[in-house]
Design a protein around this ligand. Sequence first.
Ligand SMILES: [Zn+2]
Length: 73
Amino acid sequence: MKCASCGKVAEVRPYGPGGSLICFDCAFGTPESKKATEKAFAAQLNAAGPVVVIGGECGPVPAPPELGGRVLS
Ligand SMILES: [Zn+2]
């Protein structure tokens, strides 16, 4: 996907300003961006619940029930 910050086509994550999709270089290129990325990651991780799946371009998401996630009604 295309990085919302630099425009490069790369693997992206939703840790840019306002949840925008940014590439690894933009996420960790400077100490400031690294700090913002870690904060955004932690916020999404906490919001996703006690059992999460990590590794996709969406960032942490709630795990499906077969992996131990909660069933939301
Ligand atoms: Zn970028």
